[in-house]
Design a protein. Structure first.
Length: 401
């Protein structure tokens, strides 16, 4: 049992209303469960396979979901990077190991399932790339069309390839992500398409399971939970999920929610630093981490609550720091991620260097998308392969063993 509730004015809506913002005040909506009537125990959950659907009592879908077996991603101990930073309890949750290579699949299995449950025939989103790749895959699985709007020239190659191959209608908008989102929102309202950006409260329900899995995999709660922040949906979702576990009496504390943004695209950081009541949108966000090249994060309101109420923080890292950490993760830990994903761990490095971290903390960084998403940025950073003639002499002369 659940309903939709406005996070600002508390106005409530029936669960089957197609609505993306409060009609009373225009603020964001969230799914609110009747937690007193939820019958489940941690033991019962832990007997099920590790996946988004382990936690189905806290998800809005009632029937069989549209699933590609998302979730159940590895939680790695970052041994070498942790040693370098003096952090013995540093972990990375590798969300690039989801079916389409990013955490978005957790939201899309729920969001596309809800689209069918609500009788919607066409799904749509704007995207910096990963949302479109994921939506295209889940729409294909559901057998319904998807329309995706991408900021022209600013989406990593692998993500465009996925959206195209899974059969979405892929539209390049001459404008940035924030403008594409305004456009698709308008389109969905005027033409009845189902909007699956993170203003959709159901999608975020799937994403909160990252936090649930971390709790189950660690066997305890981390002290700090670190995410790259773009639209700020993910950090809001994980916080909401942990609040539900608290209300159910399953956990006693919520980790310090910590958001990392790219320096050229950091409105949430500014709001935290300057203690603003709301974010001031950035008109021309820019970063090599195109996934988080977002100037007007739609979930900022929820994210500011998540960060402030847990004693967390939000900080910015430079593109150089992001790329250096992408290399470190790949070469010291064997973990291949796209630039935006490396921002979470780069942010921890920065906090250590600033002396702003208790080194005994148990820290979980979410690395959000796979290395193969953005091959062009990878190739630019690495020396090209050495070409040799097809004989052993040439090979040995190059290898110099
Ligand atoms: C790899 O695909 O917004 O703060 O349109 O792809 O929840 O927005 C992607 C976001 C982090 C930020 N890491 O998450 C999109 C999109 C990766 C991402 C984020 C994104 P939010």
């Amino acid at each position: 049992m659940y309903r939709l509730i406005c996070v600002n004015c508390g106005y409530t809506y029936r669960k089957d209303e197609i609505i993306y913002e409060c009609r009373e005040c225009g603020h964001l909506l969230a799914v609110e469960y009747d937690l007193k009537n939820i019958q489940v125990s941690l033991e019962e959950w832990r007997q099920r396979p590790l996946s988004v659907w382990r936690y189905r009592e806290l998800l809005p879908v009632s029937g069989a979901p549209v699933t590609l077996q998302e979730g159940g991603t590895p939680l790695y101990h970052l041994k070498r990077i942790g040693e370098e930073l003096g952090l013995p309890h540093l972990y990375a949750k590798h969300e690039g190991m989801n079916p389409s290579g990013s955490f978005k699949d957790r939201g899309m299995t729920v969001g596309v399932s809800m689209a069918l449950e609500l009788g919607k025939k066409v799904v749509a989103c704007a995207s910096t790339g990963n949302t479109s790749a994921s939506l295209a895959a889940y729409a294909a699985k559901a057998g319904i069309p998807a329309v995706v709007l991408l900021p022209a020239g600013k989406v990593a190659l692998g993500k465009v390839a996925q959206a195209l191959m899974h059969g979405a209608r892929v539209i390049s908008v001459r404008g940035n992500f924030d403008r594409a989102l305004e456009m698709v929102h308008e389109l969905c309202i005027s033409h009845g398409l189902y909007l699956l950006n993170s203003v959709n409260p159901f999608r975020l329900e799937g994403q909160k399971t990252i936090g649930f899995e971390v709790f189950d995999q660690l066997g305890r709660m981390p002290d700090r939970f670190v995410l790259p922040v773009g639209n700020a949906g993910n950090i809001s979702a994980v916080y909401k999920g942990y609040k539900e576990l608290m209300d159910l009496g399953f956990i006693e504390k919520i980790p310090k929610m910590t958001g990392i943004q790219a320096a050229g695209s950091s409105p949430v950081v500014r709001a935290i630093e300057e203690n603003l009541p709301a974010v001031v949108p950035e008109l021309s966000p820019e970063t090599v981490a195109t996934a988080i090249r977002i100037g007007a994060p739609v979930n900022a309101e929820k994210a500011l609550t998540a960060i402030r109420s847990t004693g967390g923080t939000a900080i910015r890292v430079s593109d150089a720091e992001i790329l250096a950490m992408q290399c470190s993760l790949a070469q010291k830990e064997g973990i291949g991620v796209e630039p935006a994903s490396a921002a979470s761990v780069a942010g921890i490095k920065r906090l250590v260097e600033d002396g702003a971290l208790d080194k005994d903390e148990t820290i979980v960084c979410v690395v959000t998308g796979h290395l193969l998403k953005d091959p062009e940025t990878v190739i630019k950073q690495c020396k090209p392969p050495v070409e040799v003639d097809a004989n052993l002499t040439s090979l040995l002369s190059v290898l110099q063993l």
